[in-house]
Design a protein around this ligand. Sequence first.
Ligand SMILES: *Cc1c(COP(=O)(O)O)cnc(C)c1O
Length: 223
Amino acid sequence: MAVNIQAYQTIQQQLAAKKATLVAVSKTKPIQDILALYQLGQRDFGENYVQELVDKQAALPKDIRWHFIGHLQSNKVKYIAPFVHLIHSADSPNLLKEINKQAVKNNRNIQCLLQVHIAREETKFGFNEAELMQLQLAAYQNITIAGLMGMASFSDDANLLRTEFKCLKSLYQQYLTTFSPSPASFSILSMGMSSDYTIALEEGSNMVRIGSILFGVRNKPTA
Ligand SMILES: *Cc1c(COP(=O)(O)O)cnc(C)c1O
Protein backbone atom coordinates (compact mmCIF):
# COMPACT_ATOMS: atom_id res chain seq x y z
CA MET A 1 0.00 0.00 0.00
CA ALA A 2 1.53 3.30 -1.10
CA VAL A 3 1.66 6.50 0.90
CA ASN A 4 -0.73 9.19 -0.32
CA ILE A 5 1.70 12.00 -1.11
CA GLN A 6 -0.92 14.30 -2.53
CA ALA A 7 -2.99 14.06 0.64
CA TYR A 8 0.17 14.71 2.66
CA GLN A 9 0.85 17.92 0.79
CA THR A 10 -2.74 19.09 1.08
CA ILE A 11 -2.77 18.47 4.82
CA GLN A 12 0.54 20.29 5.29
CA GLN A 13 -0.92 23.33 3.48
CA GLN A 14 -4.03 23.29 5.68
CA LEU A 15 -1.85 23.04 8.77
CA ALA A 16 0.57 25.76 7.72
CA ALA A 17 -2.31 28.23 7.58
CA LYS A 18 -3.03 27.43 11.24
CA LYS A 19 0.59 27.00 12.36
CA ALA A 20 -0.32 23.47 13.42
CA THR A 21 1.92 20.40 13.49
CA LEU A 22 1.26 17.08 11.78
CA VAL A 23 2.00 13.88 13.64
CA ALA A 24 1.95 11.17 10.98
CA VAL A 25 0.47 8.13 12.70
CA SER A 26 2.40 5.17 11.33
CA LYS A 27 1.19 2.40 13.65
CA THR A 28 1.04 -1.01 11.94
CA LYS A 29 2.65 0.49 8.81
CA PRO A 30 6.01 -0.64 7.43
CA ILE A 31 9.34 1.16 7.62
CA GLN A 32 9.26 1.97 3.88
CA ASP A 33 6.05 3.98 4.28
CA ILE A 34 7.61 6.03 7.06
CA LEU A 35 10.71 6.62 4.95
CA ALA A 36 8.58 7.81 2.04
CA LEU A 37 7.23 10.65 4.18
CA TYR A 38 10.59 11.21 5.84
CA GLN A 39 12.05 11.89 2.42
CA LEU A 40 9.47 14.64 1.93
CA GLY A 41 10.64 16.29 5.15
CA GLN A 42 8.21 14.79 7.67
CA ARG A 43 9.90 14.29 11.07
CA ASP A 44 7.05 13.80 13.56
CA PHE A 45 5.66 10.27 13.65
CA GLY A 46 3.18 8.72 16.07
CA GLU A 47 2.95 5.15 17.32
CA ASN A 48 0.59 3.27 19.67
CA TYR A 49 2.42 0.10 20.55
CA VAL A 50 5.61 0.10 22.63
CA GLN A 51 7.37 -2.85 21.00
CA GLU A 52 6.58 -1.60 17.51
CA LEU A 53 7.88 1.87 18.39
CA VAL A 54 11.10 0.47 19.86
CA ASP A 55 11.74 -1.61 16.74
CA LYS A 56 11.03 1.27 14.37
CA GLN A 57 13.11 3.75 16.33
CA ALA A 58 16.09 1.40 16.10
CA ALA A 59 15.68 0.96 12.35
CA LEU A 60 14.97 4.54 11.27
CA PRO A 61 16.89 7.86 11.11
CA LYS A 62 17.68 9.30 14.52
CA ASP A 63 16.30 12.77 13.82
CA ILE A 64 12.72 11.47 13.78
CA ARG A 65 10.65 12.85 16.65
CA TRP A 66 8.66 9.91 17.99
CA HIS A 67 5.28 10.59 19.57
CA PHE A 68 3.66 7.96 21.74
CA ILE A 69 -0.10 8.36 21.32
CA GLY A 70 -1.64 5.09 22.57
CA HIS A 71 -2.56 3.94 26.03
CA LEU A 72 0.73 3.44 27.88
CA GLN A 73 1.18 0.82 30.58
CA SER A 74 3.47 1.89 33.42
CA ASN A 75 5.64 -1.21 33.15
CA LYS A 76 6.51 -0.36 29.52
CA VAL A 77 7.57 3.26 29.99
CA LYS A 78 11.19 2.19 30.45
CA TYR A 79 11.47 0.97 26.86
CA ILE A 80 10.60 4.31 25.26
CA ALA A 81 11.97 6.67 27.92
CA PRO A 82 15.46 6.92 26.37
CA PHE A 83 14.23 8.48 23.14
CA VAL A 84 10.52 9.41 23.06
CA HIS A 85 9.91 13.03 22.01
CA LEU A 86 6.37 13.53 23.33
CA ILE A 87 3.96 11.26 25.19
CA HIS A 88 0.41 12.34 24.27
CA SER A 89 -1.34 9.88 26.52
CA ALA A 90 -0.37 10.64 30.11
CA ASP A 91 -3.66 9.69 31.73
CA SER A 92 -3.05 8.91 35.41
CA PRO A 93 -0.90 10.12 38.34
CA ASN A 94 0.67 6.66 38.51
CA LEU A 95 1.76 6.82 34.90
CA LEU A 96 3.18 10.33 35.37
CA LYS A 97 5.11 9.07 38.37
CA GLU A 98 6.63 6.23 36.36
CA ILE A 99 7.47 8.50 33.40
CA ASN A 100 9.20 10.86 35.81
CA LYS A 101 11.14 7.98 37.36
CA GLN A 102 12.33 6.74 33.97
CA ALA A 103 13.17 10.28 32.88
CA VAL A 104 15.41 10.65 35.93
CA LYS A 105 17.07 7.30 35.16
CA ASN A 106 17.78 8.44 31.62
CA ASN A 107 18.92 11.84 32.80
CA ARG A 108 16.42 13.62 30.59
CA ASN A 109 13.27 15.66 30.70
CA ILE A 110 10.29 14.00 28.99
CA GLN A 111 7.53 16.11 27.47
CA CYS A 112 4.01 14.88 28.13
CA LEU A 113 0.50 15.91 27.24
CA LEU A 114 -2.26 15.25 29.73
CA GLN A 115 -4.92 13.16 28.01
CA VAL A 116 -8.38 14.42 28.78
CA HIS A 117 -11.56 12.39 28.46
CA ILE A 118 -13.82 14.45 26.19
CA ALA A 119 -15.81 11.78 24.36
CA ARG A 120 -19.24 10.56 25.34
CA GLU A 121 -18.03 6.98 25.17
CA GLU A 122 -16.93 5.29 28.37
CA THR A 123 -14.03 3.47 26.75
CA LYS A 124 -11.63 6.32 26.08
CA PHE A 125 -8.84 6.92 28.57
CA GLY A 126 -8.03 10.25 30.17
CA PHE A 127 -8.52 12.63 33.07
CA ASN A 128 -11.81 14.35 33.68
CA GLU A 129 -11.91 18.05 34.45
CA ALA A 130 -11.81 17.66 38.26
CA GLU A 131 -8.90 15.21 38.13
CA LEU A 132 -7.02 17.51 35.80
CA MET A 133 -7.30 20.46 38.13
CA GLN A 134 -6.27 18.38 41.17
CA LEU A 135 -3.00 17.10 39.73
CA GLN A 136 0.07 17.79 41.84
CA LEU A 137 2.59 18.34 39.12
CA ALA A 138 5.42 19.75 41.20
CA ALA A 139 6.46 16.20 42.11
CA TYR A 140 7.38 15.41 38.51
CA GLN A 141 10.61 17.35 38.19
CA ASN A 142 11.77 15.59 35.03
CA ILE A 143 8.50 15.96 33.14
CA THR A 144 7.42 18.98 31.12
CA ILE A 145 3.67 19.22 30.80
CA ALA A 146 3.51 20.53 27.26
CA GLY A 147 -0.25 20.66 26.78
CA LEU A 148 -3.43 18.62 26.49
CA MET A 149 -4.61 15.81 24.22
CA GLY A 150 -8.10 14.51 23.57
CA MET A 151 -10.02 12.13 21.34
CA ALA A 152 -13.53 13.00 20.28
CA SER A 153 -16.34 10.46 20.07
CA PHE A 154 -16.32 7.93 17.27
CA SER A 155 -19.16 9.63 15.42
CA ASP A 156 -19.97 11.50 12.24
CA ASP A 157 -22.13 14.00 14.09
CA ALA A 158 -20.11 17.17 13.38
CA ASN A 159 -21.92 19.12 16.09
CA LEU A 160 -21.04 16.57 18.72
CA LEU A 161 -17.38 16.54 17.66
CA ARG A 162 -17.28 20.33 17.66
CA THR A 163 -18.74 20.46 21.17
CA GLU A 164 -16.16 17.99 22.45
CA PHE A 165 -13.25 19.88 20.87
CA LYS A 166 -14.58 23.18 22.25
CA CYS A 167 -14.65 21.57 25.68
CA LEU A 168 -11.00 20.55 25.42
CA LYS A 169 -9.99 23.98 24.15
CA SER A 170 -11.73 25.61 27.08
CA LEU A 171 -10.00 23.25 29.55
CA TYR A 172 -6.71 24.15 27.90
CA GLN A 173 -7.40 27.84 28.52
CA GLN A 174 -8.58 27.15 32.06
CA TYR A 175 -5.47 25.13 32.74
CA LEU A 176 -3.31 27.99 31.54
CA THR A 177 -4.91 30.40 33.99
CA THR A 178 -5.07 27.93 36.90
CA PHE A 179 -1.54 26.64 36.74
CA SER A 180 0.03 29.45 34.73
CA PRO A 181 2.85 27.18 33.62
CA SER A 182 5.42 28.94 31.53
CA PRO A 183 3.67 29.55 28.20
CA ALA A 184 6.78 28.45 26.37
CA SER A 185 6.38 24.91 27.66
CA PHE A 186 2.57 24.62 27.83
CA SER A 187 1.63 25.24 24.23
CA ILE A 188 0.24 22.10 22.59
CA LEU A 189 -3.40 21.23 22.02
CA SER A 190 -3.36 17.81 20.35
CA MET A 191 -6.75 17.04 18.85
CA GLY A 192 -7.98 15.76 15.50
CA MET A 193 -7.53 12.53 13.53
CA SER A 194 -8.22 11.57 9.90
CA SER A 195 -11.99 11.77 10.24
CA ASP A 196 -12.26 14.95 12.30
CA TYR A 197 -9.10 17.02 11.97
CA THR A 198 -10.67 19.86 9.96
CA ILE A 199 -13.20 20.45 12.74
CA ALA A 200 -10.43 20.16 15.34
CA LEU A 201 -8.39 22.81 13.52
CA GLU A 202 -11.39 25.14 13.41
CA GLU A 203 -11.74 24.67 17.17
CA GLY A 204 -8.14 25.57 17.93
CA SER A 205 -6.07 22.41 17.61
CA ASN A 206 -2.39 23.03 16.92
CA MET A 207 -1.34 19.38 16.61
CA VAL A 208 -3.21 16.75 14.63
CA ARG A 209 -2.59 12.99 14.63
CA ILE A 210 -3.34 11.57 11.19
CA GLY A 211 -2.87 7.99 10.06
CA SER A 212 -5.28 6.46 7.58
CA ILE A 213 -5.49 9.43 5.19
CA LEU A 214 -1.71 9.25 4.73
CA PHE A 215 -0.97 5.55 4.97
CA GLY A 216 -4.28 3.90 4.04
CA VAL A 217 -6.63 2.04 6.33
CA ARG A 218 -5.16 -0.36 8.89
CA ASN A 219 -5.99 -4.04 9.17
CA LYS A 220 -5.22 -4.39 12.86
CA PRO A 221 -7.65 -2.80 15.28
CA THR A 222 -6.31 0.29 17.06
CA ALA A 223 -5.46 0.11 20.72
C1 LIG B 1 -4.67 5.63 15.49
C2 LIG B 1 -4.76 6.94 16.18
C3 LIG B 1 -4.81 8.14 15.45
C4 LIG B 1 -4.88 8.21 13.94
O1 LIG B 1 -6.08 7.69 13.49
P1 LIG B 1 -6.53 7.84 11.95
O2 LIG B 1 -8.00 7.73 12.03
O3 LIG B 1 -5.90 6.72 11.23
O4 LIG B 1 -6.07 9.16 11.49
C5 LIG B 1 -4.81 9.32 16.17
N1 LIG B 1 -4.77 9.34 17.50
C6 LIG B 1 -4.73 8.22 18.24
C7 LIG B 1 -4.69 8.32 19.72
C8 LIG B 1 -4.73 6.98 17.60
O5 LIG B 1 -4.70 5.86 18.33
